[in-house]
Design a protein around this ligand. Structure first.
Ligand code: NAD
Length: 262
């Protein structure tokens, strides 16, 4: 039995990385997918990949930093399907830099894409999510949003905001049959299917996990984007029917340990 049979899912950041992996996986599990991304070429490529496997997908080009574009995206999604069962708020950007050098524009854009967009996409798609009589919203957070990564200041702050947002949305939307959860991922560097992972390209493009990160991770390896897509699938489907307002850590055990003790 397919776990998302007959369901409609909106996935942001679907052009690469976890978003592409989730688009493929959710479609294999029977969902129709609206792939949302700023990158039209690679977003359409995701759609083509889903269709090549016999799945159902559309691409909706959107700059999630722009609230007006989110309005248009929500209208397009609701025009596509009046009922939406799953929203995976997965898109994000990350800019490295030292605290003193951070430009307000860079700060604002990371906040807009990583924190404001999950809020706005959820709010604007609410009519279709309510109509599902049982829907799931999944935010994609990061372990950097729990303690703070000094090289990713705005990114850490934006991801940190997703945690209380998850809890309070779990409160407000439960009466509408909508569960809200968040995945806090650690280092996702690779794909079992050759999907590119572009976040922080400088840091990730083909580079192995650093020794420091490997030592800090009990499983001593980075995660695959498919492993994040698997958690998203669990949170999207009925198997997680009592999971709401929760943050799931996906980091190979890294943040379970007190820093400096091993
Ligand atoms: N890769 C990791 O190590 C890692 C670690 C922790 C959390 N995450 C989270 O996983 C999620 C997916 O990231 P990924 O690693 O697959 O990276 P990725 O860069 O491959 O995917 C992110 C996607 O978001 C899209 N995007 C960026 N800005 C956008 C905008 N303004 N409007 C619409 N789309 C936009 C990009 O085009 C891209 O397709 C992110 O939320 C990220 O924070 C990733």
């Amino acid at each position: 039995m397919k776990r998302l049979k007959g369901k409609n899912a909106v996935i942001t950041g679907a052009a690469s990385g976890v978003g592409r992996a989730a688009s493929l996986l959710f479609a294999r599990e029977g969902a129709a997918i609206a792939c949302v991304d700023i990158d039209a070429e690679m977003g359409q490529e995701t759609v083509d990949m889903v269709r090549a496997e016999g799945g159902d997908a559309v691409f909706i080009a959107t700059d999630l930093a722009d609230p007006a574009a989110i309005d248009d995206m929500a209208r397009a999604c609701i025009g596509w399907r009046s009922v939406i069962h799953v929203l995976f708020n997965n898109a994000a950007i990350a800019a490295r830099g030292e605290f003193e050098d951070i430009k307000l524009g860079d700060w604002d854009r990371q906040m807009a894409v990583n924190l404001t967009a999950p809020f706005l996409c959820s709010q604007k798609l609410l009519p279709a999510l309510k109509a599902a009589n049982g829907a799931a919203i999944i935010h994609h957070g990061s372990i950097d949003g729990v303690l703070g990564n000094p090289t990713l200041v705005a990114y850490s702050a934006s991801k940190g905001g997703l945690q209380p947002l998850t809890h309070v949305m779990g409160y407000w939307l439960a009466p509408h049959g909508i569960r809200v959860n968040c995945i806090n991922s650690g280092a996702l560097r690779e794909s079992k299917q050759g999907i590119p992972v572009r976040l922080n390209v400088d840091n990730r493009a083909g580079k192995p996990m650093s020794d420091v990160q490997r030592r800090a991770t009990p499983m001593a390896r980075p995660g695959f984007v498919e492993e994040a897509a698997d958690v998203a699938l669990y949170l999207a489907c009925d198997e997680s029917s009592y999971v709401n307002g929760s943050v799931v850590t996906l980091d190979g055990g890294r943040t379970g340990l007190t820093p400096g003790t091993f």
